[in-house]
Design a protein. Structure first.
Length: 109
């Protein structure tokens, strides 16, 4: 990751840690994962970040240049609820991470 992407990641982690007591970080499939109550809501790799979003947030995410549908398990068929956001659009990562955390948190309560 570039230094600015790493800084963005650290800011996201600090914010989510402050907002959710059941936040954790793990690693799988070669990606760092952000989780709430052991449910993944965002992942990081060297050049992008992915998010699990609700229907309304997905529409907004797809308006960002370079965003693609993504499958967290690496299968050919992408998941409808996951998007991959390139590092060139990291300015959107914080808001998407907060949306993703909120979406997963609401589904688990």
């Amino acid at each position: 990751m570039t230094d600015s992407a790493e800084t963005t990641l650290e800011l996201i982690i600090q914010r989510i840690e402050g907002d959710y007591s059941d936040f954790s970080i793990s690693s799988r499939w070669g990606r760092r994962q952000l989780m709430l109550n052991r449910k993944m809501f965002a992942t990081f790799s060297k050049f992008d970040m992915s998010f699990k979003l609700g229907e309304g947030e997905l529409g907004q995410a797809y308006s960002i240049a370079g965003v693609e549908t993504w499958n967290p398990k690496g299968r050919k068929n992408p998941s409808r609820s996951w998007v991959l956001v390139p590092i060139s659009q990291q300015k959107h990562w914080m808001s998407l991470a907060l949306d993703a955390a909120n979406y997963v948190n609401e589904r688990n309560t």
